[in-house]
Design a protein around this ligand. Sequence first.
Ligand code: KG4
Ligand code: ZN
Length: 342
Amino acid sequence: MKVLGIETSCDETGIAIYDDQQGLLADALYSQISLHADYGGVVPELASRDHVRRIIPLIKQVMKQAECSPEDIAGIAYTAGPGLMGALMVGAAVGRALAWTWKCPSIGVHHMEGHLLAPMLEKNKPTFPFLALLVSGGHTLLVDVPAIGQYKIIGESLDDAVGEAFDKTAKMLGLGYPGGPVISKLASAYQAKNGKISQYKFPRPMVNRPGLDMSFSGLKTYVLNTWTESDQSEQTKAEIAYAFQEAVVDTLTIKCKRALKETGHKQLVIAGGVSANQQLRSRLNELAQTTPLEVFYPQAQFCTDNGAMIAYAGLQRLKAGEHDGDGFETTPRWNLGDLNPI
Ligand code: KG4
Ligand code: ZN
């Protein structure tokens, strides 16, 4: 069964074809980063217009790459939310129109279910049940996952998402958009040169309170104040990037440890754009060396937004008999915990 996946929830047009026998057959991505870079963040109207421009050529490209004709496609999965309304509507409209012409079912997929299942695209994949840490530009969630489609949110950020904190911090330091990769690069360079020594130690928010919720907006303000009062040299900028990343990674590691203890899970999935962060990965891998734990994450290209994770998640739901009705729905806000179990 081959499913065409369409991702257009934010600033990446991602298209892929996933086959339940052969795995991923084709995957293509157009990133709008350069389009939004001058504005320091995603401009929704520009994002929608660019998805319109890119989507058909990318679909043609993956169909060719996978050597598929329309009759080979058993279903079409598109991101139905959460995300930017206009951007979501491009993928949904094209996906549904194609399904109608190609006489196959379509399904609207939850973007974060796509991220959560992205490690399933790898050879070494987790088995249910597991704990998932979902860290993206819009979400920071700790999810207890007993089975596919059953997502119990046990912790979340009360304000900024982790990726958002990276992006805002990078903007304050004049490092451009998106912030995660630049901060991470600067922090690694700092550590390579200076070791793990820094005059700055930023707060680890909410770690001294019980529970699994998180907060990152105060940390961002702390960074801003530190930067404003500093000499604003390049060395200081790198040191602040390092100290910021340390604070975030420490906080996430502490919360994961706590959630693993609470749930008793021995497998941890990390997914979403921030799961590409090497420091976060190595800290969680270190944890796995001292406790009975296995950590799973997608390869770098499937940490950030992509069509493959949407094709995979859509295929699971289509296989279970789910598909769209005649109503057309895209949902900018959509709680992962509200999904139907498969
Ligand atoms: O999952 P994603 O592509 O889009 C959303 O669903 O939001 O995540 C994008 C976020 C951005 O905030 C970006 O700065 C962050 O992921 N990100 C990273 C890294 N790569 C991307 N954050 C930290 N370290 C990275 N290496
Ligand atoms: Zn995403």
